[in-house]
Design a protein around this ligand. Structure first.
Ligand SMILES: Cc1ncc(COP(=O)(O)O)c(C=O)c1O
Length: 486
């Protein structure tokens, strides 16, 4: 065996583990070839000057992993060498996303746009689940349709007709949240190598679902009134897009809302270019200030808009229920993909959700969420005004869960996050939401899950860290200037 195995009796790692690791490495690298005989335990123990049981224990681990195989009377042989054994890390390179538990463990967590634990509709859910379980369970337990649990779908269609989102020729399909809706839409609408316009910055789950579908996400800047429509118009002139995806209400991460005129203009542009519009309305029911605005789907006379909704932001993110409303031809294809993905969404969640809708309990809960959200929004805006360094800017959403903060140029929100986390406060750095335009000084504050006192405390802490850093940055810039003048 070359190079020789070296065991260190003084190391913390037991000898059999050291031996196992070194043999494993030789097998995976191909230095020990498949089929090669490995020395009997007694022989190797003698060579290495260790107990035979040590070698036997190392061989046992290798055997459990399928790297060697023992044959009675013939000895043990390498069974997974020469690249025949899958090196999973190498095989999976480039697959999967960077997984970091953002915000996990922070006492004051501005990182998660999920509703807080204090606002989960536990009693309402329990009551509805009891009612469902007392009823006929046959329809729940039988395999169903990819379009969703029949009674829920009927309810959604009826509601949609009443509010004007389900129009002539439209249909509805139930999905596992907005996320699956976006995934199914990416599969349905996009061609390999095509492009889709998305807001920049944008919810990463939307950007990534398109990128992984093989499409290019073309970022369009988001201002106070949603996507920059002039930039979108230029993009539509330059390129044939498969779709334009927007979140007109309380966009994630900026909180921006498109005024009615901007919605109409977006539809005009889409009509002229003949491009599909994906309307992500996940936050639409969480308006704390101002008047409700018509959705793109309600305004659409040309069958261009496909609307995506879910109950995740109504404090039911774990139910995984969302739905898509759009032209029947599109929904039929979504149902095909849905069938391939998971046959259909879980009936029990859908049946309980239907009870939550029908009983009025979800609407009552939504009103409580709006009340709480209003106080939280006020707290976050007041906290920003009081504590952020001079020169910081932040958006003023009228609903949803997110405020977008731009620190003075020169501050790096990602670098400062480590300091914030050390002080017990978390947020998401702007980089995570970038499509083409990175804003290193930006960050997202999600306020919907925190009560006003914690929001104020969190902003005090963040303000202190940001202001101190800003003073340092300015002081060193001035020192640099002084040196330059001297
Ligand atoms: C803008 C946006 N779209 C989609 C989703 C995914 O939502 P769902 O839980 O309904 O899948 C989220 C979740 O945070 C979101 O913020």
């Amino acid at each position: 065996m070359t190079p020789p195995v070296r065991l260190d009796p003084k190391a913390e790692e037991p000898l059999y583990r050291q031996l196992y690791a070194q043999l494993r490495e030789r097998i995976l690298s191909g230095a020990l070839a498949r089929g090669e005989k490995i020395p009997p335990t007694r022989e190797l123990a003698g060579q290495l000057g260790v107990n035979r049981a040590t070698v036997a224990a190392a061989y046992e681990l290798l055997e459990q992993e399928g790297l060697i195989r023992g044959h009675v009377g013939r000895g043990s042989f390498v069974s997974g060498a020469g690249g025949t054994m899958l090196d999973w890390e190498a095989r999976l390179q480039g697959s999967g996303m960077e997984a970091r538990g953002w915000g996990a463990g922070a006492r004051i967590n501005f990182a998660s746009a999920r509703p807080g634990e204090d606002l989960l509709p536990v009693d309402e859910f329990r009551a509805c689940a009891r009612e469902v379980l007392r009823g006929d369970l046959g329809q729940i337990l039988r395999l169903g349709s990819p379009y969703g649990y029949g009674p829920l779908r009927e309810w959604l269609l009826e509601q949609g007709r009443a509010e004007g989102t389900v129009r002539e020729g439209d249909d509805v399909i139930v999905t596992s949240g907005c996320q699956q809706a976006l995934d199914l839409l990416a599969r349905t609408l996009l061609r390999e190598g095509g492009a889709v316009a998305v807001e920049d910055p944008v919810y990463p789950g939307l950007r990534d679902v398109f990128a992984r579908g093989g499409a290019r996400a073309a970022g369009v800047a988001v201002g106070g009134e949603g996507v920059d429509l002039e930039a979108l118009e230029r993009l539509l002139e330059r390129e044939e897009l498969a779709a334009v995806a927007v979140t007109p209400n309380f966009q994630n991460p900026t909180g921006a809302t498109m005024p009615p005129a901007a919605r109409q203009q977006l539809l005009r542009l889409a009509r002229a270019a003949g491009v599909a519009v994906i309307e992500n309305d996940i936050y639409g029911r969480l308006r704390y200030e101002g008047k409700e605005l018509p959705s793109l789907k309600q305004l659409d006379e040309s069958r261009l808009v496909i609307q995506v909704r879910s109950v995740s932001k109504l404090a039911l993110p774990g139910l995984r229920v969302g739905w898509v409303t759009g032209p029947r031809e599109v929904v039929r294809r979504l149902a095909d993909w849905k069938q391939t993905a998971d046959l259909h969404s879980d009936h029990l969640s859908q049946a309980v959700l239907l009870r939550l809708f029908e009983s009025g309990r979800l609407e009552a809960h939504r009103r409580r969420l709006v009340e709480a959200g209003r106080a939280r929004l006020r707290a976050v805006l007041e906290g920003c005004a009081r504590h952020l360094p001079e020169g910081a800017r932040y958006t003023r959403p009228q609903g949803g869960a997110n405020v977008w903060v731009r620190l003075p140029e020169g501050l790096d929100a990602e670098r400062l996050l480590a300091k914030a986390e050390a002080a017990g406060v978390s947020y998401l750095p702007g980089r995570l939401f970038a499509v083409q335009r990175a804003e290193p000084n930006a960050l997202r504050l999600s306020f919907a899950g925190l009560d006003p006192a914690l929001i104020e405390e969190g902003l005090q802490i963040l303000g202190r860290i940001f202001r101190r850093e800003w003073q340092k940055t300015r002081a060193s810039a001035e020192a640099g200037l002084a040196t330059a003048i001297v």
